[in-house]
Design a binder for this molecule. Structure first.
Ligand SMILES: Cc1cc2nc3c(=O)[nH]c(=O)nc-3n(C[C@H](O)[C@H](O)[C@H](O)COP(=O)(O)OP(=O)(O)OC[C@H]3O[C@@H](n4cnc5c(N)ncnc54)[C@H](O)[C@@H]3O)c2cc1C
Length: 345
């Protein structure tokens, strides 16, 4: 904290972007205060540690040649941030504890309910209307992959049982090799994910609820001309089959209501993401899908001076832990320089 009970920097979000921003800010003596977020009802990836808490093996985060589980990786991020003095808003006050990656926390982290960016210092409102004043704010609240909301889909996703919302992240895992895989969706992302999966899969079935793809013409043609991709038109998944591992998907025809089972060794959801920006109201410029608009695409500056943003909350394209962490670093450096210009050290 700087003076008059005003925090130098509040960071909202505790995924790769938020914790990386905290590591850089803490090492720069900005004494950052983090709102790590309270877990929401399933299906959701809004939880402390962010989206990687939903996954088992992370094989593409540099520095872990044997791979690492998502929760363990995020515990390492948190420990590193806390080691340099990051404070976290919890039920027990501001916590400096380092969590044990295997035991988890004995207390709950708090959400940021809303912010008032119209006045200086900024007002960040936590749970029970607790107010925190801040000279600068970094928003790193990420995005939630959209799921179908089926019980077995969530259970198998958490088990690492072959259900995923990220083909680039998980497609190369051995469990998916030479399998028949299903991709749900019909937009550009779904085509991209399906095309990517054809590198490993025996065959990819795109499950689409309409009779034509929503993807752009060029992307749709790419899918339709790929001999390894078959589109199952007018179908929606109504259940995911399998105990410890997915064995199939139960489909319903949107025109005839006929129910059929498709045997698959993996299911990938590609039905979009929802950025966690609702708590901002209309105080920051957002794009049509609700992602925070950066003032300069190479920086982390937003439409409000002193407010910076990083990670999946600004990025609908790359959506990877390493890119989010890189953006968190940029946001902390931008915040540090901006604070120095304001005379806050
Ligand atoms: C199933 C799955 C598997 C994946 N596997 C990989 C992989 O193997 N490799 C890879 O590189 N990427 C993977 N990804 C993508 C990766 O997880 C994301 O790109 C990355 O987590 C984005 O980081 P972030 O910090 O921007 O946001 P998130 O990880 O989304 O974190 C956002 C944080 O903000 C918090 N938050 C949200 N709202 C509030 C609020 N109002 N107040 C306080 N806190 C709030 C949340 O609790 C959370 O801590 C995977 C994603 C999914 C869904």
């Amino acid at each position: 904290m700087s003076d008059n009970n005003v925090e130098k920097l509040v960071i909202i979000g505790s995924g790769p972007a938020g914790w990386t921003a905290a590591i850089y800010a803490a090492r720069a003596n900005l004494d950052p205060l983090v709102f790590a977020g309270r877990p929401k009802t399933v299906p959701s990836t809004v939880l402390p540690g962010g989206q990687l808490m939903m996954t088992t093996e992370v094989e593409n985060y540099p520095g872990f040649p044997e791979g690492v589980t998502g929760p363990r990786l995020m515990a390492h991020f948190e420990q590193q941030a806390v080691r340099f003095g990051t404070r976290i808003v919890t039920d027990n006050g501001l916590h400096p504890d380092v969590s044990n990656p295997d035991d988890g926390h004995s207390y709950s982290f708090h959400d940021c309910q809303r912010v008032d960016l119209s006045q200086r210092p900024f007002v960040v409102v936590g749970e029970d209307d607790a107010q925190y004043l801040a000279h600068a704010v970094i928003i790193a609240t990420g995005a939630t992959a959209n799921w179908l909301g089926l019980e077995n889909e969530q259970r198998l996703a958490r088990l690492g049982g072959g259900v995923s919302a990220c083909a680039v992240c998980d497609g190369a895992l051995p469990i998916f090799r030479d399998q028949v895989l299903a991709v749900v969706g019909g937009g550009d992302s779904a085509v991209e994910e399906a095309t990517y999966l054809t590198k490993f899969a025996a065959k990819v079935c795109m499950i689409h609820r309409r009779d034509q793809l929503r993807a752009s013409k060029i992307m749709a043609e790419r899918a339709l001309s790929n001999p390894k991709i078959e589109v199952l038109w007018n179908k929606i998944p109504i259940d995911v089959l399998g105990d410890q591992r997915i064995t199939g998907v139960r489909l319903k025809d949107t025109k005839t209501a006929e129910v059929s089972d498709l045997s698959v060794g993996g299911l990938f959801l590609a039905i979009g993401h929802t950025p966690a920006t609702a708590f901002l109201g209309d105080q920051l410029a957002l794009d049509a899908k609700g992602y925070i608009k950066l003032k300069d695409p190479y920086r982390s500056t937003t439409s409000v001076e002193g407010v910076f943003a990083a990670g999946d909350v600004v990025d609908s394209v790359y959506r990877q832990a390493i890119t989010a962490a890189g953006m968190g670093c940029k946001a902390a450096l931008d915040a540090e320089r901006w604070l120095a210009e304001q005379g806050v050290h």
